[in-house]
Every structure is written in C-alpha cells, then in structure tokens.
Write a protein that binds this ligand. Structure first.
Ligand code: SF4
Length: 176
C-alpha cells in the first residue's frame, strides 16, 4: 500500500479489504529494506492463506492516520463519486472535489479549464502492469519505443514507476 497515502488515511482504512474474503494487505515504506520487508510479509500472508492488515511502516503510519490532515480534507473536500485513475479506469466512490463554498479556488471553474481525463497511450499495458497481471517486459514497447528517456506510458515516467524500475534494474534482459 502507498506509504504517503497511508500516512494520511491510516492503517485502519484498509480493514474492510481483509478478512476471510479479502486480500493480504501490507503497508510499507519507500526505502529498499522497507520494500523487501513488505514483499516478505505479503508472501508470508499468501503462503499462510491469510488476509490481514500488516503495518510495516508504523514509524510513520498510525492506525487512525493523521487526524489533523484528515480534518483539513474533510473541511475542504467532499466525496464526488467515481474518479479516473491511472491504468485502472474509473473507480466508483473514489473521487474528492472541493466543496461548493470553496469553488472560487477550483481552477477548473475559476479559469474555465477543461481537464482532459486521458486514457493510456494506445498499446500501453500500464493498467495490467500495476495490477500485477502483466510484467513490463511483456509489453511490446518496453525498452524499444518506451524507455525512461522517451516514456510512452505513465509507468515509465518516474523512477519508481514499475516499467522504469524494471528497465533500470535489468528487467529489459528478462525472457518473458
Ligand atoms: S513499457 Fe511503456 S508502454 Fe509498455 S506498459 Fe510500460 S509504460 Fe506502458
């Protein structure tokens, strides 16, 4: 689970997704050892057939999150229904928007901007990559048309993107 989001919303926010019909859930930090530990813990849950919330980033993520930040969010934003997420499409009940009383600060309204809710570039498998259904080298553009210097899809743009990390650490040589 995302460490910076978890620091705000807290570990307890994931409890509805675990249990007998849920999925294993591990909160990990960004350092290499954090990531390794997170992977180990999630594999342990899978091996044991368990699905629990395992907070391995407790030095930052508290059970209830950052109550001050959550109060500020609740003051300015409201749940605005479905929102388009990179590679995932529209997820119901996932969007936040500024409350009407703060619309003067909403750039889309104030400046008449129509934000393009873009899809992934044609042929980009980012959605499948971030869901763990496809590995980056299985994308025909990986390491060819799509590289960190010339990214085609969002997973190749920043260094922590899955495709970019695969490219940097040798995944380009992997046989699929
Ligand atoms: S290699 Fe590029 S085009 Fe292919 S899935 Fe990754 S980001 Fe998308």
């Amino acid at each position: 689970m995302s460490a910076h989001v978890s620091a705000i919303i807290g570990a307890d926010a994931y409890r509805p997704f675990v249990g007998p019909t849920g999925v294993p859930c591990v909160i990990a930090g960004f350092e290499p050892l954090d990531i390794l530990l997170g992977l180990e813990r999630i594999l342990e849950q899978i091996k044991a057939g368990e699905a629990a919330v395992d907070n391995q980033y407790a030095r930052v993520v508290k059970p209830g999150g950052n109550t001050k930040a959550r109060a500020v969010m609740e003051r300015f934003f409201f749940a605005a229904g479905g929102c388009a997420w990179r590679g995932l499409g529209v997820v119901p009940q996932s969007g936040l928007a500024l409350k009407p009383e703060y619309s003067a600060y909403d750039a889309e309204i104030r400046y008449g901007i129509a934000v393009q809710r873009g899809n992934e570039p044609s042929g980009c498998l980012c959605g499948e990559v971030i869901k763990g259904k496809t590995r980056p080298p299985q994308c025909p553009m990986f390491g060819k048309r799509c590289t960190p210097d010339h990214p085609v899809g969002p997973c190749m743009v920043s260094s922590e993107g899955t495709c970019s990390a695969y490219f940097k650490y040798g995944g380009i040589h992997e046989t699929v």
